[in-house]
Design a protein around this ligand. Structure first.
Ligand code: 5RP
Length: 223
């Protein structure tokens, strides 16, 4: 099975967790895109979705799924479905490879349950092989890079087509490589405390409640 087959298998498996008549949260990335395409098949069973990025909002809308602004939602979303760059068996994750970490963390925090959908290549014992994304205020990027280097990794400004990558929120991203994150909740808190950091792509203090993991011998549920 290809990696895309595994992503499709977890996208399909996630559909059974979608409650009828509700608004759900939807993440960003290639696995989330498979999920959005599957969601389109049952779109009449939901009221709509809150999107974690412009790209996701566009894809939802292209399928005729109503996209809600989080500011118009007054109740917790029952479920948030999203992928991950790395995940441990305990549900701690690195996210933000697609640059949508801030809105992803916001919508996850607005949801009762985070269901991670990932292929088996994302499962790790220790987070950090995937460079840790940190969204920062642009004028503070070099100051924050020096502060992040204290944790032992190498922060690099994310570039796209020769220019700094700019998030949907108008910020930039530092990708910190070379970390071995043995206590992700602690590192998340420390990085959150650096002035000028908008969001760190560690989802550990509040991680995934459930992970649907696409493996060559079927979808496994890690809870
Ligand atoms: C985007 C994310 C994605 O969930 C993460 O990058 C995984 O993406 P993919 O499903 O394409 O592997 O955090 O900001």
């Amino acid at each position: 099975m290809s990696q895309d087959d595994l992503k499709l298998s977890v996208a399909r498996a996630a559909i059974q967790y979608i409650p009828e008549g509700k608004i759900i949260g939807v993440g960003t990335g290639s696995t989330a895109n498979f999920f959005i395409d599957e969601l389109a098949r049952i779109k009449n069973r939901i009221v709509g979705a809150v999107a974690s990025s412009r790209a996701t909002a566009d894809r939802l809308a292209s399928h005729g799924i109503k996209v809600f602004d989080l500011n118009d939602i007054t109740e917790p979303l029952p479920v948030y479905i999203d992928g991950a760059d790395e995940i441990t068996a305990k549900g701690a994750m690195i996210k933000g490879g697609g640059g949508a970490l801030t809105r992803e963390k916001i919508i996850a925090s607005a949801s009762e349950k985070f269901i991670c959908i990932a292929d088996e290549s994302k499962l790790v014992d220790i987070l950090g092989k995937f460079p840790l994304p940190v969204e920062v205020i642009p004028m503070a990027s070099q100051l924050i890079a020096r502060k992040l280097a204290v944790f032992g990794g190498k922060p690099v400004l994310r570039m796209k087509e020769g220019k700094p990558f700019v998030t949907d929120n108008g910020n930039v991203i530092l990708d910190v490589s070379g970390l071995q994150i043995k206590d992700p909740a602690n590192l998340e808190e420390k990085i959150n405390n650096i002035v000028g950091v908008v969001t760190v792509g560690l989802f550990a203090r509040t991680g995934a409640n459930l992970c649907l993991m696409g493996c060559s011998d079927g979808v496994k549920t890690l809870a």
